[in-house]
Design a protein. Structure first.
Length: 721
């Protein structure tokens, strides 16, 4: 193929702070993210980065504030009210909700985006506004009303409240100097705080909660116990802004919140943010075509149109966020202009150019637009555009940070220039679902547990792949258990009736020990993984997960394992078993025509030997890509039973000459048929089936297969206990 240097230009499809009028039927839902932090907290700078990114991504739907403790920005007595909600630092609450699996409203920053999306998707039946804002520069007295209009009747103890926020707070001394544990930390190379000092003097603290004029829990009886549809309820607030606060940097956040007896039962139902002197920037953006194909056949031009809907001039700066973007080696991205000055009502048009140089791959380009002006708060928002080369046919969905590189590396060896790694983000999956590709590799670590099981569209796309003769590999610690407990009946039916597998009672199995009080990990239990004799993937493999490395620190390990069960007559075959227990199946493979599926019920990150990891994955890819025609499989006998002798289950493999149903029977030494069943999903070539034999006495038997060829296939079987 000729090498052609290509430049592909994209339109971005994401709102740069789109101003949307509120529909009376469905008010805009704004999620309140409260970060619990302190200048002394060295990890809190990473929490700030996570919060800033969420605000950039969802500028109209996320309000971010920071509640300080233990420094000079702590509000007297407020921490006593909130401390039961704060499990650690940094943590944060999303609408003060207690989400499933959490002990309190405070959660780790790794969960913030997931919970923000959940709250956004819920919508709101309450339209909240902060109105009638005034400020006397002489007395420094501010006044504001918080209004709540209910589009649906509600009941309970609901309250109106107001928070006073100061942005860009600086000071001197330990009460303001920010600790930074990211500084020089090799695990965070490339992080915005990596090159900053361990103690940042003169640090600019953003969105600091300065006061709750009516208290943390709002005004009692400000909303009646039973609200009326369409009714508006209002509460007035007055506050004197201290001299040391910069009134020009004050923001007001109004909210409607529940009030329960317990602090964990006080959800924020909706919120609204305005400025005291300045106003948040309001921009209207017209965008399109978020997902692109990096074709090597010329250039295309697309634009972003961003309009200034403020009553004052603003400046907009554009840049590619190199850290947040995914740009393959050899690709280049740029914006057509650095900045624009926009008068009220004026618009700006820019283009984003991505030059792929005809190098196959996947790109995620993040563009930051920073809006600033004398009378508006600086607002930084981001938009994303994606590009995928049409030659990409095999993908690794990036949901297992510790293993993605290995899976990608080993697959690239098998299928060079046709393989890419893609983030398992909702917006990416919308543009590039699994069914788009010939093979999908999906691995989920413990931190992202439930990512597959909770994504119905993704699961359905996996089902479509298998129905269309494509290849799928899934490695996870508890996804299959979660899928079987989900409401996705179509995928459960596929696994149960088509693939013929389920999970055993007690799955997933916990493989570590915790301190009952602190929750700290005390030790990980070793797990023996034994390959099935003669299996194309597992043969002669006998490894142990959760071994200790040379250093005294426990490395990433397998926390849980799913244990599979295979139904009689299923074409699924066991690949690995756990702990020398032949009935505790830890991995299966299944094929039907060209469709192939491999599922590991454990994470390979618990295996310390990198060579063994690659060896297992190399064989897995060989089988997925080549199946019954692979070199290793051709060397096996046409018909066989594994294991043999067997005790509870036997797995029979045979070669079918005709695409029709076959009858499989177990015959004892006296010629009696002990059991038989019909297997209908037969195509020509290598076939397999599971036979339950645990109910038969020990002894010698024959497995008889009728219909696969002109003559019956007979294979001896010995049953032992």
């Amino acid at each position: 193929m000729n090498r052609i240097c290509t430049a592909v230009i994209f339109i971005l499809f994401l709102s740069f702070g789109v101003h949307t009028s509120i529909n009376a039927q469905q008010p805009m839902k704004r999620v309140l993210l409260e970060q619990y932090t302190g200048a002394w907290c060295g990890w809190c700078v990473d929490g700030s980065v996570v919060m800033d990114e969420l605000i950039k991504e969802f500028p109209d739907n996320v309000i971010g504030v920071k509640v300080h403790q233990g420094d000079d920005m702590e509000i007297e007595k407020v921490f006593d009210s909130l401390k039961s909600m704060v499990p650690f630092y940094p943590s944060g609450s999303i609408d003060r909700m207690v989400f499933p699996g959490e002990a309190t409203v405070g959660t780790g920053r790794d969960k913030w985006r997931e919970y923000v999306l959940k709250q956004m998707s819920k919508g709101s039946d309450i339209d909240v506004k902060v109105v009638n804002v005034s400020y006397d520069k002489t007395t420094r007295i501010m006044k504001a009303d918080v209004e709540a209009t209910f589009v649906k009747s509600m009941s309970g103890d609901l309250r109106l409240n107001l928070m006073v926020i100061e942005d860009d707070v600086t000071g001197t001394g330990s009460g303001y100097d920010q600790s930074n544990y990211i500084s020089g930390n090799a695990s965070f190379k490339g992080h915005p705080y990596y090159d900053l000092p361990a103690k940042i003097e003169g640090y600019h603290h953003r969105s600091v909660v300065r006061a709750y004029p009516a208290g943390v829990w709002g005004i009692k009886n400000s909303i009646p116990a039973i609200t009326s549809t369409g009714e508006k309820y209002t509460a007035s607030f007055t506050y004197t802004v201290p001299e040391e606060f910069d009134a020009g940097n004050i923001l007001l956040v109004g909210a409607v919140q529940k009030h329960g007896a317990n602090a964990n039962a006080r959800e924020i139902l909706n919120a609204h943010q305005v400025g005291l002197v300045k106003s948040p920037a309001i921009m209207e953006t017209t965008v399109a075509d978020q997902f692109q194909s990096a074709n090597p056949d010329g250039n295309s031009n697309s634009s972003i149109s961003i309009k200034n809907n403020n009553a004052t001039p603003v400046q907009v700066s554009y840049e590619i966020d190199e850290v947040a973007s995914i740009i393959p080696q050899g690709w280049k991205a740029s914006v057509s202009k650095a900045q624009d000055n926009l008068e009220p009502g004026a618009s700006s048009n820019i283009s984003v150019t991505l030059n792929s140089n005809d190098v196959p791959g996947f790109a995620k380009i993040v563009v930051n637009a920073v809006v600033s002006g004398e009378n508006v708060f600086t607002k930084s928002v981001k938009a994303k555009v994606y590009a995928l080369s049409p030659s990409i046919k095999h993908v690794v969905y990036g949901s297992h940070p510790k293993m993605n590189a290995l899976y990608m590396q080993d697959l690239e060896v098998k299928r060079p220039k046709s393989t890419a790694m893609i983030p398992m983000d909702a917006d990416v999956l919308a543009g590039y679902p699994p069914q788009t590709f010939d093979m999908a590799i999906i691995a989920v670590d413990n931190e992202n547990a439930g990512m597959i099981a909770n994504n119905a569209e993704f699961l359905n796309s996996i089902g479509t792949m298998l129905q269309n003769g494509k290849k799928v590999f899934i490695a996870s610690e508890q996804e299959l258990s979660s899928i079987m407990k989900s409401n996705n009946e179509s995928i459960k039916t596929l696994l149960d009736q088509t693939v013929g597998i389920s999970v055993k009672s007690g799955s997933p199995v916990k493989r570590f020990e915790q301190d009952k009080n602190s929750g700290d990990i005390l030790m990980a239990y070793p797990i023996q993984i034994k390959g099935q004799a003669g299996d194309y993937i597992g043969r002669d493999i006998n490894v142990t997960l959760n071994e200790y490395f040379e250093d005294p620190v426990l490395t990433p390990f397998t926390r849980f394992t799913d244990v599979f069960a295979i139904k009689q007559g299923s074409s699924a075959m066991p690949v690995f078993t756990y702990d020398a227990e032949p009935t505790d199946i830890g991995a299966i493979r299944w094929e039907n025509g060209d469709a192939r599926l491999v599922i590991f019920g454990f994470g390979l990150d618990g295996l310390s030997n990198q060579n063994k990891k690659s060896h297992i994955m190399s064989r897995t890819y060989d089988w997925l890509l080549l199946g019954a025609s692979s070199v290793n499989e051709q060397s096996e006998a046409s018909h066989r039973i594994v294991p043999n002798p067997a005790s509870d289950m036997a797995f029979v493999e045979f070669n079918a000459e005709y695409p029709k149903a076959v009858t499989i029977s177990v015959i004892d030494a006296l010629g009696r048929t002990m059991t038989s069943f019909i297997k209908s999903d037969i195509s020509t070539g290598k076939q397999s089936a599971v036979i339950s034999i645990g109910q038969f006495p020990i002894g010698q038997y024959q497995i008889k297969i009728d219909g696969a060829s002109q003559q019956s296939i007979m294979m001896p079987l010995v049953i032992i206990r």
